[in-house]
Design a protein around this ligand. Structure first.
Ligand SMILES: Nc1ncnc2c1ncn2[C@@H]1O[C@H](COP(=O)(O)OP(=O)(O)OP(=O)(O)O)[C@@H](O)[C@H]1O
Ligand SMILES: [Mg+2]
Length: 285
């Protein structure tokens, strides 16, 4: 089976149509920070994203069906069911960080969830909250309240997506916490199959779609160090870059440091040595 016609390039992935009902999502080694793709790739990052997504897809079918059909031998290509995607990003937050923290500081609410006064940055929320966002084709996604998200999706689809996202977050957070990783927040994308079923799609619970924090260093009251992009983000900030394209070229030590964080997240979460995955991608299924 070939990968078929090229449909689109995301910031990180290439999308091909295998046939009318099937897509190939190929994760490159590109990395984006502040929504800008940097000129320097991170070797094996695409394999980490694809392997982790496949790992979670194989373990969460009891929560919600997903689009995974097959993982290719290159470790970066997922063959999946082609869906009609819901027009929202399904974000779940267990901790107050990123745009959630920003919105909270300005309005004491996130996507319409009123939160107690006086919360510190990175604090664990009393309960995980569903904070949907628009899918911006350009620039930053915007957090929206439940009413707008419901109107965009339709009632039944909205409820199914919200319940699935919250349950997936709880599953992923518990799995990660047992391995010393805090899943601060994460974004899911869901779609609708031809029979109307709401199905988990895209990538899932990867360092690109989530904030992973090492539990050992966790301390609320400021931003947290992380396994994922924070390292490269911090480096980018220190260069004084204005966060507009083109991004800065990464030095070798930043490339190596970023790669090792992605690989470490993969190995801790899957308990599969990364080299075993490269040799045999089905090892995560
Ligand atoms: N099963 C599926 N059926 C149809 N479309 C899908 C499916 N899974 C994922 N997609 C879509 O494929 C695209 C994946 O592209 P990708 O994530 O690389 O780029 P992007 O979302 O445009 O950019 P970025 O994620 O970097 O902000 C997304 O638009 C996503 O909604
Ligand atoms: Mg995307």
């Amino acid at each position: 089976m070939s990968t078929g016609a090229h449909l689109a390039s995301g910031k990180v992935r290439e999308i091909y149509a295998v046939d009318d009902d099937t897509l190939a999502l190929v994760a490159s080694d590109r990395i984006s920070t502040f929504d800008v793709v940097l000129p320097t790739p991170i070797p094996d990052k695409g394999r980490v994203l694809t392997g982790l997504s496949a790992f979670w897809f194989a373990r969460t079918r009891h929560i919600v069906p997903n689009h995974l059909l097959e993982i290719r031998g290159d470790g970066r290509t997922l063959i999946c069911r082609r869906l009609e995607m819901l027009p929202i990003e399904c974000v779940v937050r267990g901790y107050l960080a990123g745009s959630g923290w920003k919105d909270y500081r300005e309005t004491r609410a996130v996507s319409g969830h009123e939160l107690p006064a006086g919360l510190a940055e990175s604090v664990r929320l009393p309960e995980p909250i569903f904070t949907p966002a628009t899918k911006a084709s350009e620039g930053h996604d915007e957090n929206i309240d439940e009413g707008r998200a419901r109107a965009l999706c339709g009632e039944d689809r909205y409820v199914a997506a919200k319940e699935a996202a919250l349950a997936l977050y709880r599953f992923g957070a518990a799995h990660a916490e047992a391995r010393g990783i805090i899943l601060a927040d994460t974004k899911f994308e869901l779609g609708v199959a031809s029979d109307g079923t709401v199905v988990l799609a895209d990538e899932a619970l990867t360092p690109d779609s989530s904030r992973f924090w090492p539990a050992s260093a966790y301390q609320a009251g400021g931003p947290q160090p992380s396994f994922d992009k924070q390292f490269v983000r911090d480096w980018c900030e220190r260069t004084g870059w204005n966060k507009e394209a083109p991004g800065p070229q990464l030095p070798d030590d930043v490339v190596a440091g970023t790669r090792s964080r992605y690989v470490e997240a993969f190995e801790r979460l899957t308990e599969v040595p990364f080299d075993d995955y490269v040799a045999r991608p089905e090892a995560v299924l």
